[in-house]
Design a protein around this ligand. Structure first.
Ligand code: FCB
Length: 392
């Protein structure tokens, strides 16, 4: 029996665009149309059904929940802040608190207001000021009920997909621009970090806890070939640690938010790779990768919060095995003095998985996209036992 620390946070994560529905003013909405992708449409209708969804999370013994605010709803036109939408998100936070679910609020989870994207998005010289104006408004309004803030979700994934591979909006392929956006996002986070702390001080509130959600990917290389070793270490630094080092240098992390799904194996051939299990998206399942990354994070001497970990599968047993195996590695890392304070599964609901549409099923809860009815999966019930007893 593995026993997790008292006060551990348990729950799940979502992001606004992936569950709410009808996000007309976001860049992704237009991107879907332009490329004839499966439309996000009404999505899970979480915008209307959030209270019911939070009832389910509570019934599953969660004590924390991560969601994001859709900037494009709050500011559908440049400079126009929609008070009704801010009220909506206030009610989201209050509804979580009423159910004893600790809210973790993400300020930017990939999508941007269309007007901002049309002005060049993060490449615009004033991008950070636009972002801070939105952040300031939200934080002024919600500070008294929120402790955990995530400024930006997975900056490196965003840059890779949007500015390097060119798959996601704004579909650029340019190392030069990717580097520019990298610098902007580091600065945007750092300035948002200072702004949020300042607001809490002015309001005489206890210090908030602020981080990014850092997507970490394991890079493993068992080959003795120095070139392979170099590639592996280089990828590990570039993708995983460079931005964390920069944010630490700027003294702008209160804890480390971690998203972990998979690992990459350098120099293994397809024959050797075939023994490593995969999700139905072809992502390798490698819980040991999480363990090794968590130990590397010890060097920052900060609390670590797992903000996303999950699997797309149509075999719910596989989902539970995935959760169990990752929790075991987390437990082991805690025994080895990694200061892990919580675990959120991705995701509470099946949802819109970006360019892949609705096919991937990551949810603890199945969503019928015709009727919007929800069905709790077996894996969710198993996980709820852990959340209840803090034991595995
Ligand atoms: C993460 C994203 C999240 C979701 C999961 C599957 O990289 O943060 O929005 O798409 O992957």
């Amino acid at each position: 029996m593995l026993e997790f620390p008292k006060g551990f946070w348990w729950g799940s994560s979502t992001s606004s665009y992936q569950v709410e529905g009808d996000n007309f003013y976001s860049d992704w909405w237009h991107y879907e149309k332009k490329h004839g992708l499966e439309p996000s449409g009404k999505c899970c209708r979480h915008y209307d059904l959030y209270k019911e969804d939070f009832d389910l999370a509570k019934s599953l013994n969660h004590n924390a929940h991560r969601f994001s605010i859709e900037w494009a709803r709050v500011e559908p036109r440049e400079g126009f802040l929609d008070f009704n939408q801010i009220e909506h998100y206030r009610d989201v936070v209050i509804s979580l608190r009423e159910r004893n679910l600790e809210p973790l609020v993400t300020l930017n989870h990939f999508t941007l207001p269309l007007w901002f994207a049309q002005k060049g998005g993060w490449l615009n010289k004033e991008a950070i000021d636009y972002f801070l104006r939105y952040v300031e408004k939200i934080v002024q309004e919600l500070a008294s009920s929120v402790r955990f803030w995530i400024t930006i979700n997975e900056p490196m994934v965003y840059i890779y997909q949007g500015y390097f591979k060119g798959i996601w909006p704004p579909q650029k392929r340019s190392l030069f621009r990717a580097i520019q956006v990298y610098k902007r996002l580091v600065l945007a986070h750092t300035r948002a970090y200072r702004l949020i702390h300042r607001i809490y001080k002015e309001k005489n509130l206890n210090s908030p806890l602020i981080s990014i959600a850092k997507h970490l990917r394991g890079f493993f290389c068992w080959s003795k070939n120095p070139y392979h070793k170099f590639i592996s270490n280089f990828k590990d630094y570039l993708f995983n640690f460079m931005i964390l080092d920069d944010l630490i240098k700027n003294k702008s992390l209160d804890f480390i938010g971690v998203n972990y799904y998979t690992s990459e194996f350098i120099a293994l051939n397809s024959e050797q790779l075939k023994d490593i299990p995969k999700s139905n998206l072809g992502w390798f399942i490698y819980p040991e990768g999480l363990y090794s990354l968590l130990l590397k994070l010890k060097r920052y001497n900060l609390d670590i919060f797992i903000l996303e970990n999950g699997i797309s599968t149509d075999d719910d047993n596989q989902r539970w095995n995935f959760i169990e195996a990752h929790l075991k590695q987390i437990y082991k890392a805690i025994q080895n003095k990694a200061k892990i304070i919580g675990y959120l599964y991705w995701s509470l609901l099946d949802n819109f998985e970006w360019e892949k549409g609705f096919c991937p099923h990551f949810g603890l809860i199945d969503v019928d996209y015709r009727t919007f009815s929800r069905t709790i999966r077996r894996s969710a019930k198993n996980f709820s036992q852990v959340c209840k007893e803090y034991k595995l």
